[in-house]
Design a protein around this ligand. Sequence first.
Ligand SMILES: [Zn+2]
Length: 298
Amino acid sequence: MNKTTLLSLLFIGLMECSSPQKEITLNTDQLIADIEYLSSDKLEGRLVGTPGSEKARAFLVQRYEEIGAQPFKSALEHPFTFERRGEELTGINVIGSIAGKTDSVILITAHYDHLGIRDSLIYNGADDNASGTAGLLAMMDYFSKVEPNHTMVFATLDAEEGGLNGAVALASDSTFLERVVLNINMDMIAQNEKNELYAVGTYHFPQFKPVLESVETGEISLLFGHDRPEDGNQDWTYASDHGAFFRQGVPFIYFGVEDHEHYHRATDEFETIPQEFYKKSAQVILNAVLAIDEHLFN
Ligand SMILES: [Zn+2]
C-alpha cells in the first residue's frame, strides 16, 4: 500500500463518519411486493371465512411481527362474529401498534377481505383493498423507524365487503375508542388515470383541511369531497370502514380513488395496477399522516 492509497482510505473514512444519516423513506419495493402477494390467486380473493382469507391473515401476522408491531391487547388476531343472510360467520381483524410519545391514538385502518371466487373467477381485489392493506404495512414499517407523536394502531380489518363488520367489531370497544383521536382509513388507493386521490371527511372535520392542503403531494392531485349529504350515493361518509368509527363519534379522514372500470370486477388484479401512481399515492397518504400527527400533537 502506498501513501496515496492510505491517504485516500483515511479520507473516505472521514467522509463516511461525517455524512448525514440516510433519510428514511417509504419502502416502495416492499409495498409492491406486498400488494402482489395479497392480490395473487393463491389467496383466492380473500373472502371472509375462507382458506384464502386465512392465508392472507397468516401473511399479515408475519409482516406485523417482522416490522415489530406490538400486539393489540396481547394479541395480533382478533376474532369476531356477525350475521349475514341468517348465517353466523366469524371474521378476524389483525391489529398491532407502534408506540408514540403519547398514549392517545391515531387509528390506521384498511380492510384486507374481498369478494372471493364467483362463477369460478377469482376476484383478487388488488385495488380493493390489497392496495390499502399493503399501504398500511408500509406505513407501519416507516413508523417503526421514525417514532410518531401519537401511538399508531394499525388495524387490517376483515369482512368490510357487505357490512363493515370488522370495523363494527373494533368500534364496539368503547374503552379503546376513548383514546382514538382520529381514524385514517385507506380503501382503494392504487387505481386512477388522472393522478387523483381523495381525502374524504373534511366536510365533517374542516379543521383538517388546511393541514391536508399543506401536504407535499408531488404529481398527485389531492382532492376533497364525496362527504356531503347532497352528494347522494357519491357521499362516501359510510362507504367503507371509517363509517363504523364515525358512527361512534370518531373523526376520520378516508383516502381513496374514484370508482373505476375494475371496481368489483375480476380484472381488479395486480397486472392492472399502475404502480407509479400507487407508490406516489401511498407516499402522499404517509405525508398526510405525518402532518396530522404533528398538527394534533401541538
Ligand atoms: Zn373496499
